[in-house]
Design a protein around this ligand. Structure first.
Ligand code: NAD
Length: 260
């Protein structure tokens, strides 16, 4: 059922997005790989996926903080591959600092990349999905789309925003064969959180393993991070027929973080 569908996964050059790309490619889903990577590295990655999985692939390096680059990417994909059936808004960045000192440029970048880019990609991919009466929109939010934490004003605002945006898209398309859901992970082992671990290690003069344990257990009851492919498998499930009534949801995968 999913073979030969076209998926765009933003931020699929690293972490959760890259793992999700492997999970989806195994099902024969054609992929637009995307992220901040040189054109030649991106093309090598896309060719590797095409060779390994026998799927059509494309790489695009659009900077998601620029709406014009997003538009150019979606147009290029439509022209070269056909429309996007599965949209995974995954790319994201982080900056931690108290709100009174939070740099304005970091605020603007986090809102643009973690939230507004999803509005643009959704707006531009919906017409194709509506025409086909089939589509899947999966937004990678965070537990921080459901609860707050200190020093993460922009990230928490953007992630709450994307949970809200997802609900509206689900409501507006409830009878169009399109589902829209947010996934809300707790800690996941990726480069995104390295700086937070390094900061704890430096502040407490402890090694990286101890710092990682402190970071996880400060909020998350399960003292282990989720693996990137666990998120990828949930994304894949949301694409199946069995998940066609799951829409408008914000699904935690968070080691009981938000159960408290
Ligand atoms: P990562 O740093 O490994 O990957 C981020 C991806 O986004 C990369 O491919 C990068 O190139 C891309 N990206 C960053 N800025 C971009 C820009 N301006 N334009 C285009 N692409 C850009 O991070 P990750 O941990 O895999 O995060 C993926 C998503 O999961 C993010 O939305 C993040 O907020 C969310 N998340 C992560 C965790 C975690 O613990 N790692 C927890 C909850 C939610």
């Amino acid at each position: 059922m999913l073979k030969n569908k076209n998926a765009l996964i933003t931020g699929s050059t690293s972490g959760i997005g890259l793992a999700a790309a492997h999970v989806m490619a195994k099902q024969g889903i054609n992929l637009v790989l995307h992220g901040l990577m040189s054109e030649s590295e991106g093309e090598t990655l896309a060719k590797q996926f095409a060779d390994d999985y026998g799927i059509n692939t494309l790489f695009d390096g659009a900077n998601l903080s620029d709406p014009e680059e997003i538009t150019a990417m979606i147009e290029r994909v439509s022209n070269q591959m056909g429309g996007i059936d599965i949209l995974v808004n995954n790319a994201g960045i982080q900056h931690t600092e108290s709100v009174d000192k939070f740099p304005v440029d970091k605020w603007n970048a986090i809102i643009a990349i973690n939230l507004s880019s999803a509005f643009h990609t959704i707006q531009q991919t919906l017409p194709h999905m509506q025409q086909n009466n089939w589509g899947r929109i999966i937004n990678i939010a965070s537990v921080h789309g459901l609860v707050g934490s200190v020093n993460k004003s922009a990230y928490v605002a953007a992630k709450h925003g994307i949970v809200g945006l997802t609900k509206v898209v689900a409501l507006e398309n409830a009878n169009n064969g399109i589902t829209a859901n947010s996934i809300c992970p707790g800690w996941v082992e990726t480069p995104l959180i390295n700086k937070q671990i390094e900061d704890i290690a430096a502040a407490k003069n402890i090694d990286m393993a101890q710092a990682k344990h402190e970071l996880i257990t400060a909020k998350q009851p399960k003292a282990q991070m989720a693996q990137t492919n666990h998120i990828g498998e949930l994304i894949l499930f949301l694409c199946t027929d069995a998940a066609s009534s799951i829409t408008g949801s914000a699904l935690p995968i968070d080691g009981a973080w938000t159960a408290q």
